[in-house]
Design a protein around this ligand. Structure first.
Ligand code: NAD
Ligand code: 6OD
Length: 484
């Protein structure tokens, strides 16, 4: 049986306990994962601190950028290894991982290498009271040791989205991938070696959250900042933990995102776009739409078309190039999503399609598959309409007016993303600007430019990452004032 080991100070290290890494497509054990105990987390943080005093933080931005380009090249050179590891851990369809997850990992390193080379800093020419002048300029310095804690839904994409800018700014990192998906974080360690990133700059500790590697990392007095992506409740727990050591945090949390479809939309385009936003990655993307609002004039026609799209999705083996939907991540997550399917019935929803578990009559029956599902007929106050489910499911409701659609979309404690489907340019801008979220797409969804601000409001997060926002989080500014 394969073992997945922690990566500390350039070495692959075994912890005292192990836990199984399960393939969600068939429930088989693919590896034994070595869990980091407190002493291993201490060693990782200590290595990261020591590396801060070494060449990495003192390297010029050009040298660091060159190293990040080498990491991107190394990922691409081992594209198939990353693909295989990510698919085995997550069960995501090969076509999706090949077009999204692995290319984005390389793109994350290139984007932040480009950015750090071109990033300027503020400067001001200041008049003094004695009629003289002073020059102020800010110098960007590393934050220090950054703890990076990421979830299982887009493991490599989200990890590199944080590690690349953190390293670009000269920090060192201790990464804690999800217990469900440890493989690609460890494979990336090999790329770091190949790219000659000094030992101790990139460390990985494996394990769980509370009482395990995640909590040990957030509690650690020598970790300077925590960047976290995951559930809102976990964010709240981490916030309490880091309060005593006053660590800055960047949080990318949950969502209960709305799609608003106006009658003047390009119908086919909107059906395709909304279907993708509901079902991509089996609905396990924080940006997925779980609430779909459709203008009355096209409501029935839209439901029929979305139902057809859902029923045409190929739910199957991740290794089949034609598969659209893989399994959910785990048996327990499927239990959670199925509990919402049950709740929808109890709350009085009308089932449009799905609602259960598919049968394959082969090994996939041991996997954690679930049917793509659409409900209608619930009041806006229903829990199914309010709470994040994180599965391939949406509730679809009609609206009369633009105001009503905006009010329903904004009636959420979350505020991550929204999509608007309309051919009316003015309306697109107008409605987009009134969305209480961090990211609004018009006539598209999950179309990314890595220089743009990314994050959420309310329960969806604290702060923004992306472009200069990432550089600003992952660095400290020292303002230098010189009397001239
Ligand atoms: P999770 O919060 O359960 O776990 C995320 C990570 O935190 C894991 O590595 C886990 O081990 C760790 N963790 C858990 N408890 C911890 C603790 N007490 N201290 C330190 N670490 C701890 O989330 P998940 O189930 O892995 O991921 C799904 C969630 O992530 C969904 O809510 C989804 O919306 C959210 N998400 C948000 C974004 C975004 O960009 N906003 C992106 C992806 C996923
Ligand atoms: O595209 C990204 O940069 C990003 N952070 C995506 C998050 C997706 C959530 O599951």
């Amino acid at each position: 049986m394969k073992s997945i080991l922690n990566y500390v100070d350039g070495e692959f290290v075994r912890g005292k306990r192990e836990f199984p890494d399960i393939n969600p497509a068939d429930g088989s054990v693919i590896a034994q994962v070595s869990e980091a105990d407190q002493s291993l987390v201490d060693a990782a943080v200590c290595a990261a601190r020591a590396a801060l005093r070494g060449d990495w933080s003192r390297a010029s931005t050009r040298e660091r950028a060159a190293a990040l380009y080498r990491v991107a090249d190394a990922i691409e050179a081992r594209f198939d290894c990353f693909l295989t590891a990510e698919i085995a851990d997550t069960g995501k369809p090969i076509a999706l991982a090949a077009r999204l997850d692995v290319p984005r990992a390389a793109a994350n390193f290139r984007a932040f290498a480009d950015l750090i080379k071109s990033a300027g800093s503020e400067s001001f020419h200041t008049d003094t009271s004695e009629g003289k002048a002073a020059l102020n300029y800010a110098v960007r310095k590393p934050l220090g040791v950054v703890g990076v804690i990421v979830p299982w839904n887009l493991p490599l994409l989200l990890l590199t989205w944080k590690v690349a800018p953190a390293l670009a700014c000269g920090n060192t990192v201790v990464v804690k991938p999800s217990e469900e998906t440890p493989a690609t974080a460890i494979l990336l360690a090999e790329m770091m070696k190949e790219a000659q990133i000094p030992d101790g700059v990139y460390n990985v500790v494996l394990g769980f959250g509370a009482g395990s590697a995640g909590e040990f990392l957030t509690q650690h007095p020598d970790v300077n900042a925590i960047t976290f992506t995951g559930e809102s409740e976990t964010g709240a727990t981490i916030m309490k933990t880091v309060a005593s050591t006053l660590k800055p945090v960047s949080f990318e949390l949950g969502g209960k995102n709305a799609a608003i479809v106006f009658a003047d939309c390009d119908f086919e385009d909107a059906v395709n776009g909304v279907a993708e936003s509901v079902f991509l990655n089996t609905g396990q993307v924080c940006l997925c739409a779980e609430r779909v609002y459709v203008e009355y004039a096209i409501f029935d026609r839209f439901i029929d078309a979305l139902k057809k799209r859902a029923e045409a999705l190929h739910v199957g083996s991740p290794l089949d190039q034609t598969t659209d939907l893989g399994p959910l991540i785990s048996a327990s997550h499927r239990e959670k999503v199925l509990s919402y399917y049950k709740l929808a019935r109890e709350e009085g929803a009308t089932l449009v399609t799905g609602g259960g578990v598919p049968r394959f009559d082969n090994a996939l029956d041991h996997g954690f598959y679930i049917q793509p599902t659409i409900y209608r007929g619930l009041p806006e106050s229903a829990r199914v309409v309010k709470e994040e489910i994180f599965g391939p499911v949406c509730h679809i409701a009609p609206f009369d007016s633009e105001e009503e659609a905006i009010a329903m979309a904004n009636d959420s404690k979350y505020g991550l993303a929204a999509s608007i489907w309309t051919s009316n340019l003015k309306r697109g801008h107008r409605v987009a600007q009134r969305m209480n979220v961090g990211i609004t797409w018009v006539n598209c969804w999950f179309l990314r430019d890595l220089r743009t601000p990314f994050g959420g409001i309310g329960l969806s997060g604290i702060g923004r990452e992306g472009g200069m926002h990432s550089l600003n989080f992952y660095s400290e500014l020292n303002n230098v004032c010189i009397r001239l």
